[in-house]
Write a protein that binds this ligand. Structure first.
Ligand SMILES: Cc1cc2nc3c(=O)[nH]c(=O)nc-3n(C[C@H](O)[C@H](O)[C@H](O)COP(=O)(O)OP(=O)(O)OC[C@H]3O[C@@H](n4cnc5c(N)ncnc54)[C@H](O)[C@@H]3O)c2cc1C
Length: 366
């Protein structure tokens, strides 16, 4: 393989694929290079929650637009708009819920507060210990394990070449662009987008740039198929629970509980110390789940930087290089921020601001 492109996207997750599609719409010749298969990193193993209630206030506009794109993808990604409830079980949690959701409502999320009575009318299997809940009719989920086949089909339809099992091991930068070394040979490109999720640090280092990217090791678990217990996405005031029941009866349980491991070492490992309390919280919220057996738990790496906002813009100090990643709630926001990133690379003004990777992280608590 010795080829030449206007731009090469390194990383075939949701960020890389969504940006590539926008760039091709703008008539750029794009190549996507992926070290494993498309969307087998965070984009293919996440909990699939599309919930405005767990988005950060400053990212709300991006999440609202991301929701609309997911809705348009429909059945191909297992999209379901179910509405979502976030639960509080005591005064402290109720206070937290009110504070957080009021700010999110002010930022544009259609969130209302509901009494336990109203909650139980919609979700009779939820614990009667709930003191107050918030509800957002826009919330729902998609099936992350369908993301890869969805984007593969989109890239093919757009005529965008992609290479799977083609890890980039070196990048050289000269006056006429970039030369990338992969296991399939070398690729030349005038520009380059780094969209390698939790692996962004080592890739940027190939161009002499230090990005303060870290990885969280999020855990997700799934039960065997059970009779219907919940119809909406269920969360908890602390953010430590997300739960939805799929059409096949399985219940997917997450909430950002941490496993262990590092991106370089593989997919990470589930920790019993965190998985057990995650499941206990799910069972506390929906007591009928006590009868369901868990069939599998797994982890994935979610990238972040110290301020927990995205890296989306020019790679500092390297002309023609860009970076997109570290987006909190990136499954929800990915299809939209990828379009914005594409617009920026095409020289067009994005409709919402990007997040300068060259900003200072000094003094930001890690
Ligand atoms: C377990 C878990 C649960 C989550 N739950 C949710 C949720 O419910 N809702 C939500 O909105 N968000 C959720 N997220 C966050 C969301 O999944 C991520 O923000 C998003 O998928 C990140 O997309 P990405 O394209 O930046 O990264 P990734 O999907 O990780 O893609 C990066 C790609 O780069 C490739 N790559 C790395 N190095 C190289 C190299 N040298 N050469 C070529 N390719 C390379 C990787 O193989 C990978 O495919 C969750 C994350 C995790 C891990």
């Amino acid at each position: 393989m010795s080829e030449s492109y206007d731009i090469t996207v390194v990383g075939g997750g949701i960020m890389g694929c969504a940006t590539a599609l926008r760039l091709a719409e703008g008539n750029m010749r794009v190549l996507v290079l992926e070290k494993s298969d498309l969307c087998q990193g965070a984009s293919g193993v996440n909990a699939g929650t599309l919930s405005l209630q767990i988005k950060r206030v400053r990212l709300m506009e991006y999440a609202l637009r991301g929701h609309r794109i997911w809705a348009s993808m429909g059945d191909a990604v297992g999209f379901r708009k179910t509405g979502g409830f976030t639960l509080a079980f005591n005064d402290r949690e109720a206070q937290l819920l009110k504070e957080r959701q009021t700010l999110k409502r002010q930022a544009g999320a259609p969130i209302e507060f509901v009494t336990p009575k109203k909650l139980l009318q919609r979700e009779p299997e939820i614990s009667s210990k709930v003191t107050i809940a918030s509800y957002c009719a826009e919330d729902g989920y998609a099936n992350s394990s369908l993301t890869g086949q969805y984007y593969r089909a989109c890239l093919k339809a757009a005529g965008i070449p992609y290479r799977e099992r083609a890890p980039v091991s070196a990048i050289a930068h000269g006056s006429d662009g970039f030369v990338l070394t992969t296991s399939l040979g070398q690729v030349r490109a005038k520009r380059i987008l780094l969209a390698a999720g939790a692996w962004l640090g080592p890739l940027a280092a190939m161009l002499g740039v230090n990005l303060p990217v870290r990885a969280r090791v999020n855990t997700v678990s799934v039960t065997e198929p059970t009779p219907p217990v919940i119809g909406s996405v269920i969360g908890h005031a602390t953010g430590l629970l997300t739960m939805k029941q799929k059409p096949n009866g399985t219940v997917l349980i997450g909430g950002g509980w941490q496993g262990y491991g590092t991106p370089d070492a593989g997919r990470g490992c589930v920790s019993g110390k965190t998985m057990v309390p995650n499941i206990a919280l799910a069972r506390y919220a929906v007591p009928a789940l006590a009868k369901a057996r868990l069939t599998r738990s797994w982890t994935g790496f979610e990238a972040n930087v110290p301020d927990f906002y995205p890296l989306a813009g020019d790679l500092p100090g390297v002309y023609g290089a860009y970076v997109l990643g570290c987006v909190r709630g990136g499954f929800t926001i990915g299809p939209y921020i990828g379009k914005l990133m594409g617009d920026h690379i095409l020289g067009q003004e994005p409709e919402l601001p990007l997040f300068d990777p060259d900003r200072s992280f000094e003094g930001v608590p890690g």
